[in-house]
Design a protein around this ligand. Sequence first.
Ligand SMILES: CC(C)(COP(=O)(O)OP(=O)(O)OC[C@H]1O[C@@H](n2cnc3c(N)ncnc32)[C@H](O)[C@@H]1OP(=O)(O)O)[C@@H](O)C(=O)NCCC(=O)NCCS
Length: 211
Amino acid sequence: MGSAAPGGDRWEVRGYAAEDEAALRRVCLLTGDAGGDATGLYADDDLLADIFLLPYLAFEPELASVLTRDGRPVGYLVATADSVGFAERYRRDWLPGFALRHPRPARIVSFEDRILDLGHSPEHSIGDDHVLFPAHLHIDLLPEAQGRGWGRLLVRRLLAALRSAGVPGVQLGVGERNVGARAFYRRLGFAPLPSAPQNALRLGLPTDAVV
Ligand SMILES: CC(C)(COP(=O)(O)OP(=O)(O)OC[C@H]1O[C@@H](n2cnc3c(N)ncnc32)[C@H](O)[C@@H]1OP(=O)(O)O)[C@@H](O)C(=O)NCCC(=O)NCCS
């Protein structure tokens, strides 16, 4: 799936390949502070990717989509079809290595401690209503790739894959400060989960939705 403009500005959405990893790690960092650049925010610039990107690439690479511009990765969507299974696998296969790179804080004082704590408690990503919305996703595009309809297309691509696997819905968490992402998700039809209608930071979408 691609599009080319006069002058050779070529965009493409394709599946993930192992050689994309470093570029996607960078996209994760440059969009990791409520949509803005998170460079230097935490002691280790790889912390966010180590929680919100790399395990998805390792466990379910077939659900990952990569957006490229002139061959260069400028965005991605990663997901799991089964958040419960993902959390189990993360705890078993990912957490031991993660804990060596990012020790669990003794007390949660700073925002960084909270992120670290998320990395040590993968069950956070299961969310409410996981029978109706068993999948979850993360999506990040560099500023140069935003506002061109690619985010919508990446979500549409995921919905098609989940639908054909018989998965009824997908959910996600969005940061309180990330006003732009919240507007994007609502525009696509994501809504608060049935059992937590007041929680505007945890949203779900049935996979048969038209986005
Ligand atoms: C949030 C993000 C994925 C949206 O992707 P995108 O490609 O920029 O969005 P699209 O161009 O596909 O927009 C789809 C619709 O959402 C709306 N929308 C997108 N971003 C919006 C914003 N910041 N404010 C209001 N509406 C917005 C668009 O107007 C569009 O509606 P329309 O078709 O009626 O015009 C992308 O901007 C991004 O990666 N941001 C930085 C990282 C981030 O915050 N990730 C999410 C973490 S939870």
